[in-house]
Design a protein around this ligand. Structure first.
Ligand SMILES: Cc1ncc(COP(=O)(O)O)c(C=O)c1O
Length: 421
């Protein structure tokens, strides 16, 4: 194929990529018509430009394999690298032998084990709250918290870059939703000052933002919340294990454990498992426990998953220096990207975006890096706003200097090839 033909195909593909959301507005007597018309994923695969649902032969943490080829894993949430820690694996096998594979029911009925209660106690203590409640995924945790708490006489004031699970949870609740501009305190205060004083108000932020790796300015948010009588909920999926003493999270990082009302975390990141939890005052957690439908109407977290979280938590408590080392390693990597003149936004954590802007260029960057042996996350709308496409890269404690140097060398090479730097 000539370079001209290739450019033509890419340009058609690019306009199809941009037009893909039109399918949702299609009017047809057959509800499946939109599915028949959805050809973009197949086309992207034909062009070798499909970055999603990739099949890994195995993932060892800092290194993964695809079709027998080694890739440096620069797109994982396994920040502390605990998924392959010998103690974690041993504890999972032990619990599996003793308790089997499933809790076989909802927490509400037959699914609660003593193991769940022990984990909840350990988590509450870790984040310095009265009580914690475990869910089967982080996504369900946010659905459960928000659908339970948000009544018709409440307002929710949400950072515009909050995670999709927050947005979906808000839709399940009855409260009125108001966005404020990302990490913008003036925008937050402006929104709050316009609300009636006799309505309930909940401010929701991510502790660490999952795509940009920046941190919510909690000290200022706490002051504003106090002024307007609002409560604060922090989704700390990416802050736990990474920030605060021994990984106790974003509130702890700012010494504000007691000023943040609700903290949620997921087990699919630093805790080497799957699941999620919410922690706060006993009365609030008891309420969510009895009205959080995503927990009541879904099966409980299986015993082997609990074991992985419990052991990860023990490892974190025994090795409080881990997050400090991780942050230093991440800073070195980020500084190197900055030196090369990549746009890394306001990242302050192991999540370091390489902001490109254009969707197609981002997909091409992803593909070329992948072929060079580096896996990153290709992030395009709707995960980010139009024109803000990026490669999400993240550093793990278990990356060696050689892994990071290899990745940086390839990022520089491809960045120059695509005239990004
Ligand atoms: C900020 C945030 N909250 C919640 C979730 C949902 O957690 P999980 O994937 O463990 O269900 C994620 C997952 O990516 C997240 O990034």
């Amino acid at each position: 194929m000539s370079a001209f033909d290739q450019k033509d195909i890419l340009s058609t593909f690019s306009s199809e990529v941009r037009g893909r959301f039109g399918l949702f507005k299609l009017k047809s007597s057959d509800i499946f018509e939109k599915c028949r018309l959805f050809k973009l994923a197949d086309k992207a695969k034909e062009l070798g430009l499909y970055p999603y649902f990739l099949e890994f032969d195995k993932n060892e943490g800092p290194v993964a394999y695809v079709r027998g080829e080694k890739k440096i894993m620069l797109g994982s949430n396994n920040y502390l690298g605990l998924t392959h820690h010998p103690k974690v694996k041993e504890s999972v096998v032990k619990i599996l032998q003793e308790y089997g594979t499933s809790a076989t029911g909802s927490r509400f009925l037959n699914g609660t084990l003593k193991l769940h209660m022990e984990l909840e106690e350990a988590l509450a203590e870790f984040v310095n709250k009265e009580k914690a409640l475990v869910f089967s995924t982080g996504y369900q945790t946010n659905l459960g918290i928000l659908s339970a708490l948000l009544g018709p006489n409440d307002y929710i004031i949400c950072d515009s870059k909050c995670h999709a699970s927050i947005i979906d949870g808000i839709q399940l609740g009855a409260a009125r939703k108001i966005n404020f501009r990302h990490n913008n305190l003036n925008s937050l205060e402006e929104r709050l000052s316009s609300l009636p004083s006799d309505f309930g108000k909940l401010i929701v932020v991510d502790g660490v933002y999952s795509m940009d790796g920046d941190i919510a300015p909690l000290p200022e948010i706490v002051d504003i919340a106090k002024k307007y009588g609002a409560r604060i909920f922090v989704d700390d999926a990416h802050g736990l294990g990474v920030l605060g003493y021994g990984g106790r999270g974003t509130a702890n990082h700012f010494n504000l454990d007691d000023k943040v009302d609700i903290i949620m975390g997921t087990f699919s990141k630093s805790f080497a498992s799957i699941g999620g939890f919410v922690a706060g005052d006993k009365s609030v957690i008891d309420f969510i426990q009895h009205f959080g439908r995503s927990m009541i109407f879904s099966a409980a977290l299986p015993p082997p998953c609990i074991a992985a979280v419990k052991t990860s938590l023990e490892i974190m408590k025994e090795n409080p220096e881990m997050p400090t080392i991780l942050l230093k390693k991440s800073e070195k990597y980020r500084n190197e990207l900055k030196r090369l003149k990549f746009n890394v936004g306001n990242s302050q954590t192991p999540i370091v975006p390489i902001i490109i802007g254009d969707e197609l260029k981002t997909i091409l960057f992803w593909k070329k890096l992948f072929d060079e042996g580096v896996y990153t996350n290709c992030i395009i709308p709707p995960a980010v706003p139009q024109g803000e496409s990026l490669l999400r890269t993240s550093i793990m404690l278990t990356h060696s200097d050689e892994h990071i140097e290899f990745a940086l060398e390839k990022i520089e090479k491809v960045g120059k090839e695509l005239y990004i730097i």
